[in-house]
Design a protein around this ligand. Structure first.
Ligand code: GLY
Length: 428
């Protein structure tokens, strides 16, 4: 790296870090994110939800359909059940309000039911438990939360198939779809609890399982152009990759936005955990193809290949997931220009999501509108969804920490012994 390039990048990085650099949205308006204002907005919406959703019957907010104004509730076994407690923990992290913590603890404790032996579960245990108990443990250090996380990692590891080298994501689809061993891209997110467990008293082999899963997925589930298949189907006897298909995208060969978003977040996390540069280079590659296809406001259409574009629905959840991922990637980067580029993109994405177009405002108690969960299934189309809100508030918190000069990788697990072991080069 030439000294001049370093200097230019460092100066630009510094300006970004100080919040001086302003980004411009497609409408030409300044889209710099006022992070405290947006976090205050999230707090207001959370309190509306807490008022409107009575804390009983083990029901949690999942979505608000386009024409609706109230949360559709779901039970603790739903794959999204960890996101609402996760939102509460992030809000507690920012506000330190005891009443928010009490709600966060209550909703988190409900998810203990996922460990009942009569509940089989699937790969989503990672989402469910790491967003809830993971944040609970991170913020309180209480042993009981750690115990549940370790038990959750044990349960998730039970779905690992050593012949294939990945986790079986959807056991029910073995029969329903005839997909003998299936691994979905979303499953990349659920490796984080395995990495965490391997470092925090769980079995050391969970690290190898997570790395194997990431490697196999990298080899088989991405097309030559770096876009991915939602589902990879493997032979359980030989372990061979059989085919790539979709469940929630437009078509088997189409470019489903959220699948790529999970991949970008997942490989960034895998690089953080392994420090293996192959994963960093891969995270960059799959990010670039996603960025190239974005519309001007950086919120993707739900599937980049839907022929109805520009009239197809957007997916704000993908934008929130990617914004959060790119903030971390920008700090892990060993290339200063890329670090600046990813941070700038993340801020612009947050700027768009924080605009009137994408925030629910007074109309609904969610943070965001315009997410698309399951277009082929005919629901959550152009809707508010809890995971869009979860990654939006996570991204805001990450952005605030970066502005305060905090390295995200050191702040993830305050309990970790080796917290200085991450050697990403940039720290603006
Ligand atoms: N199944 C996870 C998702 O809809 O992205």
């Amino acid at each position: 790296m030439k000294k001049g390039r370093w200097l230019r990048s460092a100066v630009l990085g510094g300006l970004l870090g100080l919040g001086i650099y302003s980004c411009h949205a497609s409408d030409g308006k300044d889209s710099m994110v006022d992070v405290d204002k947006e976090l205050q907005y999230c707090d207001t919406q959370i309190k509306r939800t807490l008022y409107e959703v009575k804390q009983n019957e083990y029901q949690l907010p999942r979505r608000i359909e386009k024409e609706e104004a109230a949360w559709y509730l779901t039970d603790v076994y739903d794959w999204t059940s960890g996101f609402w407690p996760g939102i509460l923990w992030y809000n507690y992290e920012n506000t330190r309000e005891e009443t928010i913590k009490e709600h966060a603890v209550c909703y988190t404790e409900w998810l203990e039911a996922l460990l009942n032996p009569e509940h089989k579960g699937d790969h989503d245990l990672g989402f469910q438990l790491f967003c809830s108990f993971g944040n609970a443990y991170r913020l309180t250090g209480e042993e009981r939360f750690k115990k549940t996380l370790l038990a959750g990692a044990d349960k998730l590891a039970g779905f690992y198939n050593p012949k294939v080298g990945t986790i079986l994501s959807w056991e029910h689809m073995v029969e329903v779809m005839g997909w003998p061993h299936n691994t979905i891209m979303d499953n990349m997110m659920n490796l984080e609890i395995l990495f965490w467990a391997a470092r925090n008293g769980g079995k050391k082999e969970y690290y190898d399982m997570a790395v194997s899963h990431a490697r196999k997925t990298m080899e088989n589930q991405f097309r030559p152009d770096a876009t991915n298949y939602h589902v990879a189907v493997y032979d359980t006897v030989t372990g061979a990759f059989l085919k790539g298909v979709t469940n929630q995208g437009y078509a088997d060969e189409s470019f489903w936005a959220r699948g790529q978003a999970w991949g970008i977040y997942g490989y960034t996390m895998v690089y953080r955990e392994t420090q293996d540069k192959e994963f960093l280079r891969f995270a960059e590659k799959i990010t670039e193809v996603y960025l190239e296809r974005l519309p001007e406001d950086l919120v993707p259409f739900w599937d980049f290949d839907d022929p109805a574009i520009p009239d197809a629905p957007r997916d704000a959840s993908s934008a929130a997931i990617v914004a959060s991922a790119l903030l971390e990637l920008s700090q892990l980067e060993d290339n200063p220009e890329k670090a600046v580029r990813y941070k700038e993109y993340a801020i612009r994405m947050l700027g768009s999501l924080s605009s009137e177009k994408y925030q629910s405002g007074d109309s609904k108690p969610s943070f965001l509108v315009h997410s698309t969960g399951n277009y082929p299934g005919g629901y959550e189309i152009d809707a508010s969804i809890n995971y869009a809100d979860h990654y939006y508030i996570e991204a805001l918190i990450r952005y605030k920490k970066i502005e305060q000069g905090i390295r995200l990788s050191e702040n993830l697990y305050p309990d970790r012994e080796n917290k200085n072991s991450y050697t990403g080069m940039l720290s603006f």
